[in-house]
Design a protein around this ligand. Structure first.
Ligand SMILES: C=C1C[C@]23C[C@@]1(O)CC[C@H]2[C@@]12CCC[C@@](C)(C(=O)O1)[C@H]2[C@@H]3C(=O)O
Ligand SMILES: O=C(O)CCC(=O)C(=O)O
Ligand SMILES: [Fe+2]
Length: 347
């Protein structure tokens, strides 16, 4: 049973000690669409046809799994184990590094939690910039182990995000030099911004009524997701415009990473690559952890539909935004954010 303090502060449950799903965490909307199994595209980065497959996956799914990415399995194991060490800390310790209400970094609920009457069956930690201040609060005597792994992971993801973005642009028939914000010909992609989110979905006594993470689209250009060996991630998919909508599970594939198209790539590609709505369901017996690396344009740089993709005589479908502005819109408007920057042909 939850302790008295949990009942009064249900936002921060000691999940492991809860034997029965509290009403605060029971969702009525879990079975809105059927759950099916369908083969989510898997793309080997070493394949000469990788860019072509990516274009197809981004148009039709808004996501794919990537193999042959060169990220060392040891690094994935290391971050997996650091996450488990972090989430196993007592709640009082984790709350020392709590995210301030208007801040980005720290321990706590995802910003979109405020849009829902029910709480999610998960906890998480967001890191933007140096992890050192957080690590000192969590492990005052040994902050370095956590920091080392986070910093290495961040660096490797930044490089991979740059490669993926270049390939995805190439797959649209563009070179990254053709983006205003991508600098001059021959230069590598400039300093992309990145934010890490560590997620934990504890084993749940009533998984059919609990939501790990509510349905949403990411605001990033793209998100690179490491999911441990436990499934839970689902993509919302309709095969064609009139076809039925279903939840498709992304099966964990050892060593693979999941790439999710975010709203900013949707904008950049003038809607050709679709940002995909996804959610996380939980299970009765196993804790699931994941790391999302949200990759965005350099700070202060605006993203707008690429001229070549808009076509002559047409108006772009979206206006220009910076990532910071768009994150603000998402916090305020959640799933209405993208629609508010849509432009009509007249505007
Ligand atoms: C950079 C970020 C993207 C994100 C907000 C955040 O500051 C860190 C958490 C991200 C996340 C994860 C769950 C869904 C989401 C909409 C949310 O509330 O927090 C995304 C945010 C986003 O993509 O806008
Ligand atoms: O845990 C997952 O598989 C997905 C998490 C997610 O969608 C997010 O952090 O934005
Ligand atoms: Fe997400």
């Amino acid at each position: 049973m939850p302790s008295l303090s949990d009942v009064h502060h249900p936002h921060h449950l000691e999940f492991e000690s809860v034997r029965e799903l509290p009403e605060s965490h029971a969702w009525p909307t879990l079975h809105d669409h059927p759950c099916v199994s369908e083969p989510v595209p898997v793309i080997d980065l070493a394949d000469p046809k990788a860019a072509e497959f990516m274009a197809r996956a981004c148009v039709s799914w808004g996501a794919f799994q990537v193999t042959g990415h060169g990220v060392a399995p040891r690094l994935l194991e290391a971050i997996d184990s650091e996450m488990r060490r972090l989430f196993a800390l007592p709640i009082q310790q984790k709350l020392k590094a709590a995210r301030p209400p208007d801040g980005i970094s720290g321990y706590g609920l995802v910003p979109i939690s405020s849009f829902f009457a029910k709480l999610m069956w998960s906890e998480g930690f967001t890191i933007a910039g140096s992890p050192l201040d957080h690590a000192r609060k969590l492990w005052p005597h040994d902050p370095d182990q956590f920091c080392d792994v986070i910093e290495r992971y961040d660096q490797v993801m930044k490089a991979l995000a740059g490669r993926l973005i270049s390939l995805m642009l190439l797959s649209l028939g563009l070179r990254h030099e053709e983006l205003d914000w991508a600098g001059q010909t021959g230069k590598p992609l400039p300093d992309l911004a990145g934010v890490l989110r560590l997620n934990s979905y504890p084993a749940c006594p009533d998984p059919d009524r609990a939501m790990g993470m509510a349905a949403h689209a990411d605001s990033s250009l793209l998100t690179i997701l490491y999911q441990s060996s436990t499934s839970g991630l689902q993509l919302l998919r309709a095969e064609d415009q009139n076809g039925p909508t279903r939840w498709v599970t992304v099966p964990p594939l050892p060593g693979a990473l999941v790439v999710i198209v975010g709203d900013l790539f949707h904008i950049l590609s003038n809607g050709r690559f679709r940002s995909v709505v996804h959610r996380v369901v939980v299970n009765r017996s196993r804790q699931r952890v994941s790391v999302a690396y949200f990759s965005g344009p350099p700070a202060g740089v605006t993203v707008s539909p690429i001229g070549k993709l808009v076509g002559p005589g047409r108006a772009p479908a979206y206006r220009a935004v910076t990532w910071a502005e768009y994150l603000g819109l998402k916090r305020k408007l959640f799933d209405k954010a993208l629609a508010t920057i849509e432009m009509t042909e007249e505007s």
